[in-house]
Design a protein around this ligand. Structure first.
Ligand SMILES: [Fe+2]
Length: 213
């Protein structure tokens, strides 16, 4: 069944002031109430958002003028895991493989996030779609809707590539940091299965160019 939270017209513009104020408030509340979750979610969200904007700008030929703007892609990346604030910390921060029930709970975070985002002032249809679809897989094996290929919104596909790379490059309780080279090798292995193969190619080219500078 398709999931549809509060509907928003596709042409609505980002309200930067409202969004920034809301994001600041969310950060303040979560830092105070759930400091461990905040430390898990927030630095990753910021790193992913910065790199996603840069990436989207470098492959702008793929970003249609009728699609999401760079701002919407960046905000989508910034909020992509906001639904994790609704997941039990014992599950989210578990330093071991999740059991089936825990994994099912974890898979709800895009739905929780999209619901939360659709109620925030200043958000748009495209931002909500990034949050909802950032765990769809190119081969259709992802969630929540099992979309595949170009049926997955482009902004969500862009964020997915950067989300995976940023996670591989960061240290987590259950894994060490990967080198740039190892992380890009893993992305290549995921191309065509979890990730859009053309975007993975573009992303790795961008990482290599940045390295040479
Ligand atoms: Fe996520």
């Amino acid at each position: 069944m398709k999931y549809s939270p509060v509907a928003q017209p596709a042409g609505r513009a980002v309200d930067h002031r409202a969004l920034k104020a809301v994001m600041r408030m969310v950060a303040q509340v979560e830092r105070k109430n759930q400091p461990e979750l905040f430390s898990h979610v927030q630095p990753h969200a910021h790193a992913t958002a910065r790199l996603t904007r840069f990436f989207a700008a470098t492959c702008s030929r793929r970003v249609s003028s009728y699609g999401p703007t760079l701002d919407e892609i960046e905000y989508g990346a910034l909020m992509h895991d906001i639904g994790k604030y609704f997941i039990d910390a014992a599950v989210l921060l578990k330093p071991a493989t999740l059991d089936e029930e825990e994994a099912a709970v974890m898979r709800l975070h895009p739905l929780f996030g999209a619901t939360a985002v659709s109620r925030l002032p200043g958000t748009t249809h495209h931002i909500r779609r990034v949050v909802l679809h950032h765990h769809e897989h190119w081969d259709g094996s992802g969630y929540p809707e099992g979309l595949g290929g170009t049926r997955i919104p482009l902004a969500a596909r862009l964020v997915s590539v950067v989300d995976v790379y940023t996670a591989l490059r960061s240290k987590r309780s259950y894994k060490p940091t990967l080198t740039k080279r190892s992380a890009t090798v893993m992305l290549t292995e995921m191309a065509g299965r979890e990730l859009d193969p053309c975007l993975v190619e573009d992303f790795i080219r961008m990482v290599c160019v940045r390295e040479q500078k």
